[in-house]
Design a protein. Structure first.
Length: 413
């Protein structure tokens, strides 16, 4: 089954808001064997919305739409869908009841604008939205389906998971199975890994395909099998993935699809270890990435954001003479930071960072993008210096990613 996505909103086309809904929808459709053929983003303009719908229905039978369902005058999706599918806007008492409860739970007072959310096209099937005020609307015409959902990611995701996906699978029961297995690989460039695995790829069944998804220092390998018989596909995929694991050995540091922080968490949990972070240039970003993972409190104890030198000295026991002799961005300083935070928070492991994120702060021999990272496992400390020379935001993310990978590499030895 092929699907198209239409995303509505001026804010998306001026760069004010990033569309994360389409990627989420595509990933979750792919899990049931459905493919997204095209994603179209349009402004809150009647003619553009109608044109996008017509073009999508020329190619596919299912269109998923997000956005344009707010209570303000610029949100015209409901009226436009009413025009395209016919009928008129009518008051829906169930939507109003849902929205009354929504406001009551939050102790808020509903205004007149929000009350208009209960006006829906009489040509659609209404699906209630318990986490928001904009209802989900299911339209059918000439054997084709369009589902209009809110643009708020949490509301869209709940609608897709609880209502839309189950209804689509019931409406279109026949589908191709698509199965994936993913691993994370280190110590290869993308081209070198491709050459290393050329014979493996050549020997894959016709139903299978290997995809290379690189991020700095790491390559996510995704093995995909596609076909009608899910049981046969599953056996083929397991066999191919097992051969891949044998070929790559310890270069695979995570045998599932995961973020760097998730991969580190799996290693720490498996080994029964705890960790803390001492962050200067990353400003708590490593802590943020780690604590995004559910259950991270089992192994992550906390962080000291030692942005100022006096915090490094007074809290982490960094020797002032070390800073004076080697500079604050040095392997010697981050080694002492790692020792200090591990001792302070009584953990098995520690990560410490100090660098120059930019745009200012460069000194001779240490340009913007320079970072020193130390990781400690027990009394063992491994420190390294890197230089990435990017913009501030990119540098901070790169420093974070590199620190996590350095910790993973030491734990994987």
């Amino acid at each position: 089954m092929n699907v198209e996505i239409i995303v509505i909103g001026d804010e998306l086309l001026i760069g004010q808001v990033t569309d994360t809904n389409s990627s989420w929808i595509a990933r979750n459709l792919n899990k049931i064997g459905w493919e997204v053929m095209e994603i179209t983003t349009v402004r809150d303009r009647r003619a553009e919305i109608i044109s996008a719908i017509r073009q999508s229905f020329d190619r596919v039978d299912v269109v998923l739409m997000t956005g344009g369902l707010g209570p303000t005058k610029d949100d015209i999706t409901k009226q436009t869908l009413c025009e395209y599918f016919g009928g008129k806007l009518i008051f829906d008492a169930e939507v109003q009841k849902n929205n009354d409860l929504f406001f009551e739970r939050r102790g808020l007072q509903m205004n007149d604008s929000t009350r208009t959310q209960a006006m829906v096209p009489d040509s659609c099937t209404v699906i209630q939205n318990p986490v928001g005020t904009a209802p989900i609307m299911w339209f059918e015409k000439d054997g084709k389906v369009l589902v209009s959902m809110p643009g708020v990611p949490a509301e869209m995701q709940r609608a897709m998971t609880a209502e839309v996906l189950p209804r689509l699978r019931k409406r279109y029961p026949d589908h191709t199975a698509i199965l994936h297995k993913t691993c994370l690989v280190k110590d290869f460039s993308e081209s070198a890994l491709s050459e290393f695995l050329s014979d493996f790829e050549a020997g894959l069944p016709a139903s299978s395909k290997l995809a290379y998804l690189p991020v700095p220092g790491v390559i996510r390998l995704r093995l995909t099998a596609r076909g009608e018989n899910e049981e046969i596909l599953s056996r083929q995929l397991d066999d191919s993935f097992s051969r891949l694991e044998d070929l790559l050995g310890k270069h695979i540091f995570c045998h599932r699809d995961a973020t760097m922080a998730e991969a580190l968490g799996l290693l720490l949990s498996y080994n029964g270890l705890t960790i803390a972070t001492a962050e200067s240039c990353t400003g708590g970003n490593i802590a943020h990435e780690i604590t995004l993972i559910p259950g991270s409190s089992a192994y992550y104890k906390g962080s000291v954001v030692s942005y100022a030198n006096e915090v490094k000295v007074q809290v982490l026991d960094v020797d002032p003479s070390t800073i004076e002799k080697h500079g604050v961005v040095s392997r010697e300083v981050v080694e002492q930071m790692a020792k200090g935070v591990r001792r302070l928070l009584k953990t098995d492991c520690a990560i410490a960072t100090s660098g120059i994120a930019g745009p200012d702060g460069a000194v001779p021999g240490k340009p913007v993008g320079t970072v020193c990272i130390a990781v400690a496992v027990g009394d063992r400390i491994v420190s390294r210096k890197y230089c990435f020379e990017n913009s501030r935001a990119i540098n901070i993310n790169r420093f974070t990613h590199t620190a996590l990978l350095q910790m993973i590499s030491v734990l994987s030895e």
